[in-house]
Design a binder for this molecule. Structure first.
Ligand code: DAH
Length: 343
């Protein structure tokens, strides 16, 4: 009988160890400890033994039974742990992978730049206005003190639209006509910036595009001087480029301002010491500006004796180029995702 018990325990342990699931283990438990198990049969035989033998064999049998029960419990815990771990990993939702895999787009660098410019000027107390891209000759030129056949028209290579009288309708060559629309729509004081797309009959190269973006500025109030213009542009320059970059005004000519100036900033590559980007001058040209011409006030019916103002206009695309050290304007509109996704 003792030999039988040893074999039963040995086989029982092997079956317990090889049960791979909780279901299987339940079957094993019934087979080795249940009513029809060998142990149960042996137990019935105890009755045929002499009392002394019966006690010894009974103790041995119970010991085997409880060791097998303990082995079953250990294996059950092991399998429970394993099945729980497997269920957790099957049900796991990996959200990080989801966000990494789905590539999301973002605003174009030029749009980002325009938004930043608007934010900066809003922070300085300006409002934002917009005007149409298809304009009349009057808004784009005449009201800005550029009458027909004025030699200054040569400053803008104009694209005309076939509409109305010949050359009466055009794609705006600058954002300056929005100055006129703002002056017509509201009474001074005016502190406005006007961003938007503009068009010129130009062949694309590293520094020219036939379609580009400008931001116009207009201030009209009483007692506005050139000092307000210089101070505003200097404040804008350090806000946009950082405190180490400064601005300067250089005499120039525009029909709609008098006096007129070019607005330069310290070269952001060399910070003024001279390099290839700035042609060794230490300065980069950003745009034009000046004091609003009395004829512009007259065109919208404002008294130039009462009102004074300054205006400025510069290229948004060029500004984006400078800030990020890009050397070719055309990169902005080639739409190569590898380029665009860097910004
Ligand atoms: N409209 C000019 C251009 O596109 C830039 C400009 C110069 C705008 C002087 C202004 C200004 O408002 O005052 O070349």
């Amino acid at each position: 009988m003792i030999d039988d018990l040893d074999r039963i325990e040995q086989q029982g342990r092997e079956r317990i160890a090889s049960a791979a699931t909780l279901d299987e283990l339940r079957g094993v438990e019934a087979a080795i400890l249940g009513k029809r198990s060998e142990l149960a049969t042996l137990k019935k035989c105890l009755a045929d033994l002499l009392p002394d033998e019966r006690r010894q064999a009974g103790q041995a049998l119970n010991a085997v039974r409880s060791r097998l029960a303990a082995a079953l419990a250990d294996r059950r815990h092991e399998l429970e742990d394993r099945e729980r771990a497997e269920r957790f990993s099957a049900e796991r939702l990996d959200l990080t992978e989801l966000t990494e895999r789905r590539r999301r787009g973002h605003l174009h660098l030029v749009t980002q730049t325009r938004d930043r410019l608007e934010d900066l000027f809003i922070g300085m107390g300006f409002t934002v206005a917009e005007g149409p891209e298809v304009e009349t000759d009057w808004y784009n030129f005449e009201a800005l003190n550029i009458p027909p056949a004025h030699p200054a028209r040569g400053m803008w290579d104009t694209l005309y639209v076939e509409h109305g009288a010949e050359q009466s309708t055009l794609l705006r060559t600058h954002t300056s006509p929005v100055q006129i629309r703002v002056l017509q729509a509201q009474q001074p004081p005016i502190y406005s910036v006007m961003p938007g797309r503009v068009y010129r009959r130009d062949t694309p190269d590293a520094s020219h595009l036939p379609v580009f973006h400008q931001i116009e500025g207009l201030v009209v109030d009483r007692g506005i001087s050139m000092a307000h213009l210089a101070g505003t542009l200097e404040a804008f320059t350090s806000a946009y480029f950082g405190g180490s970059i400064h601005s300067r005004l250089r005499p120039s000519y525009f029909p709609f301002t008098e006096p007129s100036a070019e607005y330069d900033i310290n070269c952001i590559i060399c910070e003024g010491s001279g390099c290839r980007t700035c042609g060794q001058t230490g300065w980069l040209e950003l745009g034009g500006c000046g004091m609003v011409h009395p004829n512009v006030f007259a065109a919208v019916g404002l008294d130039p004796e009462e009102w004074t103002g300054f205006a400025f206009g510069f290229g948004i695309d060029r500004l984006a180029l400078m800030r990020h050290g890009i050397d070719d304007l055309r990169e902005l509109f080639t739409n190569d995702v590898r380029f665009l996704e860097q910004f």
